[in-house]
Design a binder for this molecule. Structure first.
Ligand code: 2P0
Length: 322
């Protein structure tokens, strides 16, 4: 019995990741198969810790899902999505789970909590059921929970292969075998409230209504290759330029969706202009943005003093060192 449980409680933790070349659009919405590959860096110290156990009581007819110490109602959107994912793993229809999730990032604010969330949940399931799965299999399973979660099993740079197969078994992420200890990411939080349009819904609307979207998959795959090479060469200028252009191209497709998806706030645009001014002054800093108003600044450790001076409220994260 492959589902024989060895451990009473399974636990797992995973970091958030920031895509340098983005995932936006699915060719299969059930399996979370993307229209293009993507590439990310994970952030140390930010992420999700999850514990899972099987509920033994016969009277228990639902999963029990908690987020940051608070039990969620059954009809809560987060709890429903977790339960739906757990349907893949029930030994019988009567098997229910207790899931406790702690996020060290604001949930659903464009800081990729679903990525670390489903990666941590898959690691917790792997522990509970004593599967001993390899990274590829863990990544495939995490992808079924949330596309970007496929990239959150790794500590450094990761590349999620688009894949070609209809069954999705070739669409998983792998670590990029390079360290770059000087590479920094700064979080510029503009607003951490729940976003108005979920990524899942937003990308679906973009695929369906945005004429510009036609150009996206090819551009994104090309950007991914350029950034992969730049990481191997430690060529920061090429990485920064390509990542920023990639993010703005993705946001252009969002804006050209109907109804329009504009995650930016006025302060987001203000910060962009500030970054462009800093670059004119010779500071090598670039930005990327996801499905929210916050900016993630990309720079090397040598620029840290200039960044701290320009952005008082920034949270600087150095990469994983090993
Ligand atoms: C990314 N985002 O590559 C892109 C950039 C947001 C903008 O992956 O429907 O939560 O769960 O597969 O992974 C966010 O989308 O979407 C995301 P689902 P997901 O990081």
């Amino acid at each position: 019995n492959r589902l024989a449980s060895k451990n009473k409680i399974g636990s797992g933790s995973a970091p958030v990741n920031i895509a340098l070349s983005k995932y936006w659009g699915k060719r299969d919405a059930t399996l979370n198969l993307p229209t293009n590959g993507s590439l990310s860096i994970s952030l140390p110290g930010l992420g999700t810790k999850t514990q899972i156990e099987r509920l033994e009581s016969q009277n228990q007819q639902t999963d029990l899902v908690s987020l940051n110490g608070q039990r969620l109602d059954q009809d809560n959107a987060f709890a429903k999505r977790v339960s739906q994912f757990l349907n893949y793993f029930r030994e019988t229809p009567q098997t229910f789970f207790k899931v406790d999730t702690e996020n060290s990032v604001p949930t659903a604010a464009g800081l990729a909590s679903s990525a670390s969330g489903y990666a941590a949940l898959v690691l917790a399931l792997n522990d509970l059921f004593a599967w001993n799965l390899d990274n590829k299999s863990l990544s495939l399973l995490a992808r079924l929970g949330s596309g970007s979660a496929s990239r959150s099993l790794f500590n450094g740079f990761a590349l999620w292969h688009q894949g070609q197969q209809a069954d999705g078994l070739d669409s998983y992420a792998e670590a990029i075998d390079t360290t770059w200890p000087e590479f920094c990411v700064g979080l510029l939080e503009i607003d951490v409230k729940q976003k108005p349009v979920s990524s899942t819904q937003g990308m679906q609307n973009t695929v369906e209504t945005c004429a510009l979207y036609q150009a996206w998959p090819q551009q994104a795959n090309q950007d991914m290759q350029t950034i992969l090479q730049a990481i191997k060469d430690h060529d920061f200028a090429t990485l920064g330029k390509t990542a920023e252009h990639n993010a703005l191209t993705m946001h252009a497709t969002m804006i050209a969706t109907w109804p329009p998806i504009v995650y930016w706030q006025p302060e987001s645009v203000e910060a962009m202009h500030k970054i462009w001014r800093l670059r004119e002054q010779g500071v090598a800093v670039y930005f990327t943005m996801d499905a929210g108003p916050n900016l993630k600044l990309l720079f090397l450790e040598t620029e840290k003093p200039a960044i701290l001076q320009a952005f008082k409220q920034i949270k600087i994260l150095e990469p994983f060192k090993s």
